[in-house]
Design a protein around this ligand. Structure first.
Ligand code: DGL
Length: 268
């Protein structure tokens, strides 16, 4: 039994899609979330830069005495998971492997679409993980970089979101895919819009569910899960604009966020 919190980070608001799942699947756990809103997007930056950012995010979360880390960002997981796992002596869960597992469970035609940031798409991380699970699966990848600022702005239910999604996704439909992985934690906030364009025959895959499940397994294996919900608390930190984060975050989580604090991530 360990009541210390779980540390979760993303480049911005997107990691809340994972937080939501952790809240549902692991209600006894406390969470400290960091959204790097001053430096979002990560998806257009180099592997070296994203890796440096990931180290800083983890150093900050460790200061908050977390017992495990969830890299709730596909771009950071794809760029830096191996490096950070080698450098820290704390359980670390990324989102790419859980996303790959979920996608392989869903596809019947063995043809999967993957949408993510430029960084995730060019990293080859999903191809690698999916082909470890099933070597027969074919993949079609597409970077959708404008989805991230749309979500950060809280514009997911606007005409701009619909037009942007149409432009990115229309061409993916004719490829014979029956599953589409939302391989960026920001994208599930656009799930309805993406689903309307892809149609009923293509199932959307949100890696967040499998990520929370993987976290649960790790916590139980190491016997560091929390057994009581009485003490669970949620703290949120950002590197810029806490007011906007609170507004967009509350709208997505459908619950009040009482504590959002701005910190200087460059110090870590
Ligand atoms: N939410 C992030 C991801 O899962 C990154 C978005 C970005 O900062 O470009 O890839």
């Amino acid at each position: 039994m360990d009541s210390r919190p779980i540390g979760v980070f993303d480049s911005g608001i997107g990691g809340l899609t994972v937080v939501k799942e952790i809240m549902e699947q692991l209600p006894n756990e406390s969470i400290v979330y960091f959204g790097d809103t001053a430096r979002v997007p990560y998806g257009t930056k180099s592997k070296e830069t994203v890796t440096k950012y990931s180290f800083q995010c983890i150093n900050f979360l460790l200061e908050k005495k977390v017992k495990a880390i969830v890299v709730a960002c596909n771009t950071a997981s794809a760029a830096s998971l191996d490096a950070i796992k080698q450098s820290y002596d704390i359980p670390i869960v990324g989102v790419v492997e859980p996303g790959a597992i979920a996608a392989c469970e869903v596809t019947k035609l063995n043809k999967i679409g993957i949408i993510g940031t430029e960084g995730t798409v060019s990293s080859g991380a999903y191809e690698k993980e999916i082909n470890i699970i099933n070597n027969d699966v074919k993949m079609v990848l597409k970077a959708c970089p404008l989805f991230v600022p749309i979500v950060e702005e809280g514009w997911q239910d606007t005409e701009i979101a619909k037009l942007t999604a149409k432009e990115y996704l229309e061409g993916l439909k004719g490829n014979g895919i029956d599953a589409l992985v939302m391989a960026c934690t920001h994208y599930p906030l656009l799930e309805q819009t993406i689903g309307e364009i892809m149609g009923e025959d293509i199932q959307l895959v949100n890696p967040a569910f499998e990520t929370a499940k993987a976290l649960k397994t790790v916590l139980h294996e190491l016997n560091i899960h929390s057994k009581s919900s009485k003490s669970s608390s949620y703290e949120f930190y950002v590197s810029d604009n806490p007011v906007k984060f609170k507004k967009v975050g509350e709208n997505f989580l459908k619950k009040p966020i009482s504590h959002v604090q701005k910190i200087d991530i460059e110090k870590y």
